[in-house]
Each structure stands twice: as structure tokens, then as C-alpha cells.
Design a protein around this ligand. Structure first.
Ligand code: ZN
Ligand code: ZN
Ligand code: FE
Length: 727
């Protein structure tokens, strides 16, 4: 009689790559292994997660199948490589200690995760031991990127290392059945971080109209009562921010803004960005929050501290970055006290250090204006893999940098304007932290052509292979690359300012390009910017230059004087932003601006959505006669046509001539739209419709900002292509 052979056991070793640390992946594997009756272990290493599992072959197959299918919501499994290894007879399944290991540190640190519903319930449950505890979190939510000092993602490698767990927290941390099993930042009132002042005191101060600096996830916010004109105006004066809108945090966004279902979904998405929405007329929000316009930047609370503040305060709060104007946000405690001391009346801080800065993300419609908290450091794909490590230094305004290796590009959080030494220092600190986290040393450095950008200065000092990428080519490449394409394509790149290859300022460009290079097919006719930078602050100067070119009278008193300076300081610019400035000034919307893009933003609002016939505009030998549009606007204004209609006809005129230029380019049949001017929804929509009617395939930004925040990613894509080409 034959004896049944004992079932053969197999053992497999699996390497799981992707975003698999800090998202509850090991507990998930543990539970899964139990379910399939497997023995072995799971651990984090510097590259991702390693699993060794031993059991019946069929059970192993099912286990591997479930591994990708049932992964936790914030995980992103990119690959699972399994191979057979000799069985060891090991019994039980364990979460083994992490291995630091050398080599490629690509283990994806997850972005910071907004408070989950389970934690939120505990936060407001008087019976829970974490009732009203401002730092509760679990494997599915809480701080990640901003507290991680090193990989692998373990408590000892985070800024929570200084908080020894109490017995209760340790029990939860070690219990595979608990939702805080291996939640690295686990904390409770007995053992975790504490606020620097009682929350009710901060709320009382806010009620009294005070400005309170609130330490959040990736930096300090400046908070005040959004309903109080006095408080908001005081904040404006102290922060030196005259009119640029402030973001508002509201537990109930519908109370302050008209939110459509798509915007609601964005607001509630796990990234919890600031979403630009239309303000409600009756909203209890001071005019001073967004003086020039109908759009409000609104976000939901995303940390337990924010939830408590919002609930206790009971109304919308201004929550603007803790900085002066557009400098990098303050995140270090001592630095915040120093930089924000003159702005804030009080500090609501805490003792959990922020290891790296991360600003809030901002989205409008379906594209990001800032890709930052909630996204960083998630990798973006590159269509051409970087054979050597690339660091792209980005632009000057809305700076980000981008570190690329292989097919992955790590776009940094929003840093701010790189205007001065302080911002430059912040750039270098943040970049060093990123390189350290990713274990990358730059082998190729990419930068803008503009010699005056501090990002360019940095790049040129590195002494490595340098790839200089023309600004508008970088914009176009960013849009191509985020769609996984290399081109060739046409690219309409409309923005304010960018250094051209001929030494003039470009920004109203039709390029034919691929990731390697580009050719300038058409562009706005350059006009002198009277006074250079002054013309950017005072759009009336550009209006005057355009009117003169168009042979129309120039109504500005100061023009004769300014005009005399034309020979001295009047750089030529083909910037689309400047054309929008000119018309904005002409219509009396804005003859002076206090923040970048203001004149164009307010012109878009004036135009609204009513249809209009486009103004005619000349195009000859690749030169677009922008002055025609200014002349038409001038003549209509003189004839008494309503200004909103003029603004609309101008928008349509720009869109129509852009489409016409593409039609005349002789291919290819794909057009990418990029540059800061395409943050304008009316312009974006109209250009897209017109191009699609002509049979073009149109690519627009979805993951990377169309503004200069996307430049570094575009630079990285070009550098990857160029260094692949010459290798
Ligand atoms: Zn949670
Ligand atoms: Zn505890
Ligand atoms: Fe730009």
C-alpha cells in the first residue's frame, strides 16, 4: 500500500517595489500570510519590502496574487519579483527587523496622509483614550515624508524617535490585529508629542482677532479669523502681502464657496489640497481674504490638530504659509520664531520636529498649480529613463527641483521664489535632504538658460555634466513627459518670462519639439518692456508700448517721461503674460500689480464665460502681431463696448491666432499646452476646443503644474533624453 507523500513545501523570496513603506504594508502581508497558512517573514529594506514565505505551492500562488490585488489603499505596488529558495522549516510568520542595506535607496517614502475616518472618530469620541489628542494617527494616516530622516521607514528613522512608546501604544504597535500595528508615528497623550499652549487659549486668541502661527505638518501656517476684515488686513500688512489671495481652511467648504461635485471630490481626496473654488456671495469670509476676485483657495482640515482647531473655532480660518510674501515656508521651530515673530501674536507649536519642509498643494480644475503635500515624494514616470542620476534645478519663481534616476523622477515640494540668499539656502537644504533620502549623488545637472537664476548659479557650481534647457522647451517637455511621450509635437507655451536662445525674453511661443530639442515656429512679436522689471509691476507701461506700436493714442500721463528711457532699459519680450497685462491695464482692471499674474487673473474674471467673436490678429512669417489685439481692444473701448465683452473677445483672439499658428505649422498633429498663462481656464478651454476642431490631438497638464513649478521635471526629462542620446 502506497503511503501518501508528505505535501511538498516550497519557499519563495519576494521583493516588492513601489510605495510599500509607511502605508501599512507589512501588517497587510502578515495578515495575508496567516490567511494562507504560510510561514516566514516580511521586512522593510532600503529598496522596498522583502517577503520570504513557505508553504503549499498553491497557497503561495494565491498569496502572491492577493499581494497586489488587496494591497492597502495608499500603497502602490510597482513590481513583485519572486524566486524559489530552499525551504528552512521555519515556523510562524514574523515581521522582522528592517535592514538598512547599502545600494539603491529607492524605497518609496509615502507622502503625508490626511487623517483617516477611523482616527477622526476616535478624535471626537469622549470614551477613546486618544479623545482630542492632536497627534493621533494610524497605519493609514499621519505624517510621513515630513518626519522621515532616513530609509527604511521605521520609527527610529523618524522625528518620533525621541518619543518612547508607552505600554498601551506598544501593545497596539505589536498587535497584528490592531489598526496601529507598526504605525511608526503612533502616539497618545501619555507618550506622544504635546502642544506648546492649550488649544482653547489659541482658539480664544483667534476669536479675539489675533494672528496665530500654527505648526502643522510641513511647516508653519499663519492663522486668523477668516471672517474678520480687521484680522485679515492686519495679517496682510504684517506679512507684506497686499492682495494675493489667502487660503482658507474650512470644515464645511460649502458654507464659503459654491463647490461642484468634481471640486468636492478634489477637496476630499486623500491629498487634501487647496482647491480654487468660486466664493459664495453670502460667505462669512472677509473681502480682504481675496480682494480682487471671486475665487477662493479652500482646503479641509488634514491633521488632527487642524480638525480640533476648525471644530473649536467653528468657522473658516485663514491658513496661509508661514513666510513673508513668497519666500520658503518656515518649518524649523527656532527659525519660525525668528521669521514669524513680527507677524504672529502667538505660536501654537508642538514638540514633534518637522524634518523637511512641505507646502500645501494647490489645484484648479483638473490640474495642479502646486504639486506638493500629499503628492511629494511620489515618483513621476520619465518616458526616457535617466541612465545617470539627474538633478534638475528648476526655475526662479515657484521653484521646485527634481531628482531623477532610472524611469522615476522625484519632483520636490513647492519651495517658493528663489529671490534672495535666504531662499537659496532653503533650496540647498531641501535639495540635500532629498538627495540623502533617495541616496542619489548628482551625475548630470540640468538648469535654465537664465544666467541670473539662483538655481542656475547652483547648477553651474556643481562641476558635473551640465544640461541647459531653454525655459519654454522645459515647459513643453514637462507636459510631454507626464503623458509618457517623447514627441515630436507642437507646443504652445504661453507664460510671462523666460530666457530665449537669442538673449531676448520669450513667452508667447509655438515650438516644434521633442525631448531632445526644439525649433521656434512662431511667437508673439516682441515689444520693449519700458523699465524692465518695472513694466512687470506696472502693466500700464506695456499697454503704452503696445498702443504706440499699434498707432493709437497713449493715455498715460507718465508715458512721455517713461518713453525717454526706452533706449536705456527696455528689454524685448514676446511674453504672453505681458500681452494680458497690457489689455488688463487698458481696460482699467489693473495698471499696477502686487503679485505675479494678478492682471491676467483679474482679466480672466472680467471676461467670464460668455461667448465672444475673436479679435482679428495678424500672423506673418511666424510673427504674431499681438498689437492688433491691443488695438482692437482700444477701439472697442473708445466705442463704448462693455469691458467684459472686450476681455472675452481678447481671450478668443489669442486662442484663435494660437490655433491658426498651429494649423499653419505643417505638423505634427499633437499639440501640448503649457506655461503659466494656461492656468487661465478660459484660454485653456478655448485653445483646446479650437485645436480639436482642427483635428489636433491636445495634451494638457494633469500631474505637473503648467507654471514654473513644473519646469524642473521638464528639465529632467530633457536631460534624461540628451544624456541617453550621447551615451
Ligand atoms: Zn488613521
Ligand atoms: Zn502612548
Ligand atoms: Fe515659465
Amino acid at each position: 500500500m502506497a503511503v501518501a507523500a508528505p505535501p511538498t513545501l516550497e519557499r519563495r523570496r519576494c521583493e516588492v517595489l513601489g510605495r510599500v513603506q509607511g502605508v501599512g504594508f507589512r501588517p497587510f502581508v502578515y495578515t495575508l500570510a496567516q490567511r494562507h497558512r504560510l510561514d516566514g517573514f516580511v521586512l522593510n529594506d532600503a529598496r522596498g519590502v522583502v517577503i520570504e514565505a513557505e508553504g503549499q505551492p498553491q497557497a503561495l500562488d494565491r498569496f502572491l496574487g492577493d499581494l497586489s490585488r488587496e494591497a492597502p489603499s495608499h500603497a502602490r505596488v510597482e513590481s513583485v519579483v519572486a524566486r524559489a529558495v530552499p525551504p528552512t522549516g521555519e515556523r510562524g510568520f514574523a515581521i522582522a527587523p528592517s535592514r538598512a542595506g547599502a545600494g539603491d535607496r529607492t524605497a518609496a517614502i509615502p507622502p503625508d496622509l490626511a487623517t483617516c475616518d477611523d482616527c477622526l472618530r476616535e478624535l471626537f469620541d469622549p470614551a477613546d483614550r486618544r479623545h482630542r489628542y492632536p497627534f493621533l494617527n494610524c497605519t493609514r494616516c499621519g505624517p510621513r515624508l515630513t518626519i522621515v530622516r532616513a530609509v527604511p521607514y521605521d520609527r527610529a528613522n523618524t522625528t518620533m524617535a525621541g518619543f518612547p512608546m508607552c505600554a498601551d501604544c506598544r501593545r497596539e504597535y505589536e498587535d497584528p490585529g490592531d489598526r496601529r500595528f507598526h504605525a511608526e508615528p503612533i502616539a497618545c497623550p501619555a507618550c506622544g508629542p504635546r502642544l506648546s499652549m492649550p488649544l482653547e487659549d489659541a482658539v480664544a486668541l483667534l476669536r479675539g482677532g489675533a494672528i496665530v502661527a500654527v505648526k502643522g505638518l510641513g511647516g508653519y501656517h499663519l492663522a486668523c479669523d477668516a471672517a474678520s476684515e480687521a484680522a485679515v488686513s492686519r495679517l496682510r500688512a504684517r506679512k507684506h502681502r497686499e492682495e494675493k489671495p489667502f487660503a482658507v481652511m474650512a470644515a464645511d467648504p460649502a458654507a464659503v464657496a459654491a463647490v461642484d461635485p468634481a471640486e468636492e471630490a478634489l477637496l476630499r481626496s486623500p491629498e487634501r489640497p487647496i482647491v480654487l473654488v468660486r466664493r459664495r456671495a453670502a460667505a462669512r469670509v472677509a473681502r480682504a481674504v481675496a480682494p480682487g476676485g471671486d475665487w477662493l483657495g479652500v482646503m479641509l482640515p488634514y491633521t488632527p490638530l487642524h480638525h480640533l482647531l476648525a471644530a473649536d473655532f467653528g468657522g473658516p480660518l485663514v491658513m496661509t504659509s508661514g513666510n513673508r510674501s513668497d519666500e520658503p515656508i518656515a518649518y524649523d521651530d527656532a527659525e519660525a520664531r525668528e521669521r514669524l515673530g513680527a507677524i504672529a501674536d502667538a505660536f501654537l507649536a508642538h514638540d514633534r520636529p518637522i524634518h523637511r519642509r512641505c507646502e500645501d498643494s494647490v489645484v484648479r480644475s483638473a490640474f495642479p498649480l502646486r504639486r506638493s503635500r500629499g503628492h511629494a515624494p511620489a515618483a513621476l514616470a520619465l518616458p526616457v529613463p535617466a541612465e545617470r542620476s539627474i538633478v534638475a534645478a528648476g526655475a526662479e519663481l515657484k521653484n521646485t527641483f527634481c531628482v531623477a534616476r532610472g524611469a522615476r523622477a522625484f519632483l520636490s515640494p513647492h519651495l517658493g521664489d528663489l529671490h534672495d540668499a535666504t531662499a537659496y539656502r532653503a533650496f540647498r537644504i531641501d535639495l540635500d535632504l532629498y538627495l540623502e533620502m533617495l541616496g542619489v549623488r548628482p551625475e548630470v545637472v540640468a538648469c535654465d538658460l537664465h544666467p541670473g537664476y539662483l538655481s542656475t548659479t547652483w547648477a553651474r557650481e556643481q562641476g558635473t555634466e551640465l544640461v541647459e534647457v531653454q525655459h519654454h522647451h522645459a515647459h513643453a517637455a514637462a507636459c510631454l513627459a507626464e503623458h509618457g511621450e517623447e514627441g515630436p509635437a507642437l507646443a504652445l507655451v504661453f507664460d510671462g518670462t523666460g530666457q530665449g536662445t537669442d538673449g531676448t525674453i520669450w513667452g508667447g511661443e509655438l515650438l516644434r519639439c521633442d525631448l531632445e530639442g526644439f525649433e521656434r515656429v512662431a511667437h508673439l512679436e516682441p515689444v520693449p518692456l519700458p523699465g524692465g522689471e518695472a513694466a512687470i509691476r506696472e502693466p500700464w507701461r506695456t499697454a503704452a508700448a503696445h498702443l504706440e506700436r499699434a498707432g493709437r493714442p497713449v493715455p498715460y500721463e507718465r508715458w512721455p517721461l517713461v518713453r525717454q528711457g526706452l533706449g536705456v532699459n527696455a528689454p524685448l519680450s514676446s511674453g504672453m503674460g505681458r500681452l494680458f497685462d497690457a489689455v488688463s491695464a487698458l481696460l482699467g482692471v489693473r495698471d499696477r500689480v502686487t503679485y505675479e499674474g494678478q492682471a491676467a487673473i483679474e482679466l480672466e474674471q472680467l471676461a467670464g464665460e460668455a461667448p465672444a467673436e475673436p479679435y482679428p490678429c495678424g500672423l506673418r512669417d511666424g510673427v504674431i502681431a499681438g498689437a492688433d489685439l491691443v488695438a482692437a481692444a482700444h477701439d472697442d473701448l473708445a466705442a463704448g463696448r462693455p469691458r467684459a465683452q472686450i476681455a472675452a473677445a481678447f481671450h478668443e483672439g489669442v486662442a484663435a491666432i494660437a490655433a491658426e499658428a498651429c494649423a499653419g505649422a505643417g505638423g505634427p498633429g499633437t499639440v501640448v499646452l503649457s506655461g503659466g498663462s494656461f492656468q487661465n481656464l478660459r484660454l485653456l478651454g478655448s485653445v483646446r476646443r479650437r485645436l480639436e476642431r482642427l483635428g489636433f490631438r491636445v495634451l494638457t497638464h494633469r500631474h505637473v503644474p503648467p507654471n514654473d513649478g513644473g519646469i524642473s521635471y521638464g528639465q529632467a526629462a530633457v536631460a534624461a533624453r540628451r544624456s541617453a542620446a550621447c551615451a
